[in-house]
Design a protein around this ligand. Sequence first.
Ligand code: CMC
Length: 425
Amino acid sequence: MAETVKLIYGNKEYELPVVEGSEGEKAIDISQLRATTGLITLDPGYANTGSCTSSITFMDGEKGILRYRGIPVEELAEKATFKETVYLLINGKLPHREELTRFSVLLNDNSLVHEDMRAFYENFPRSSHPMGILSSMVNALRSFYPELQNLDEEINMTVTRLLSKIRTLAAMSYKISRGHKVVYPRPDLAYCANFLNMMFDSPVRPYALDNDVVNALRVFWILHADHEQNCSTSAVRLVGSARVNLYAAISAGIAALWGPLHGGANQAVIEMLNDIAQNKNMGQAIERAKDRKDPFRLMGFGHRVYKTYDPRARIMKKMCDSLLDKLDLTDPLLDIAKELEMVALKDDYFIEHNLYPNVDFYSGIVLRAIGIPTNMFTVLFAIGRLPGWIAQWKESLDDPNWKLGRPRQIYTGPTQSKFIPIDDR
Ligand code: CMC
């Protein structure tokens, strides 16, 4: 018999159905709560609220598990290409060889960006943050690539354009911000290599692709490809629920990701490590993070869902070590990060609060080794997260239980009051 939960309110008893997921996690279905009881739920930050059912990504925050369409992220990071991972997330299965070839051809054919868009870049102030620029440019794509009549064709084209052009847009913003010539995508290069070449090739210094660097970017992007109902994905779903076009929904996701508590943490971690390196104030940083009156937090530490070591951080840390070793690089920030982790993990505050390094703690050091400037770190996260946003948006589009996203509230303001004319106030 299906499980239910009993709710006693006033002198009445209500029975609420329990929904069970394929991995055994359970939720109380409250979709009829207000209609039957007059009550709503109150859950700031939605920490106890499931906003949808989803078959894309499974996370177990207590055990440190992350799987895309059932496949452990560790296995994908070891064996898959980023393109295969993108296909898996969006289409629900790994591609056959012909499917992958067709997908690659489509990505190649759509990799150019309308030349008129270059004028936009030139008019942003030089100090603009690349995340703001990326969010605007993705939104602007709708004006350059208007809606097609056939819905399936429209969705496929928009998805392909976004996946392909986001790399070109991101690399263009970097080149133009430096006052350098834009490098176009190349048909002979795969997804990750193509992006690196657009970022770093120059007429005076041709970019020599390094397999270890390409591999590091592949792993970085796979680790960021989806993370179920996080802040930016929920933004994409919520904005998308108003049935805006996909470019606008993704643009909202990019804006949400920019925040330092979310994707912007990868930039904030490096800024924090730099500060510790310069001012030799690790002890002070730890004490400030523990002080509830101080808003300072240890960036790259803690997670809403993971109450153990983030599985992505484990892979990232290992890759960080091996990449620096292979490239024969040393980064003083890596030593500081490791020491900070060691000190924090032995500290009662961090133990009691279940605070462990998250994906952003070591990712910045990997990106620095690749040559990515700090203000582009979150842009790299956005390119990686794009397939997840698209997959979640598509899933919401096909959901038979789809509804416009519209939370309620408990009003705490003044009760009905009279308007007082300005001279009588
Ligand atoms: N440093 C110090 N204390 C922390 C930290 C931290 N990084 N993270 C959480 N806490 C404390 C917090 O002060 C609170 O303490 P108390 O209960 O004594 O008041 C307790 O832990 C719970 O914090 P919370 O903010 O209610 O927990 P949350 O689940 O909402 O936090 C978080 C998640 C990511 C916002 C938070 O851990 C944080 O701010 N971390 C730093 C920013 C960061 O690294 N963000 C990247 C997240 S991973 C990438 C991604 O998926 O976006």
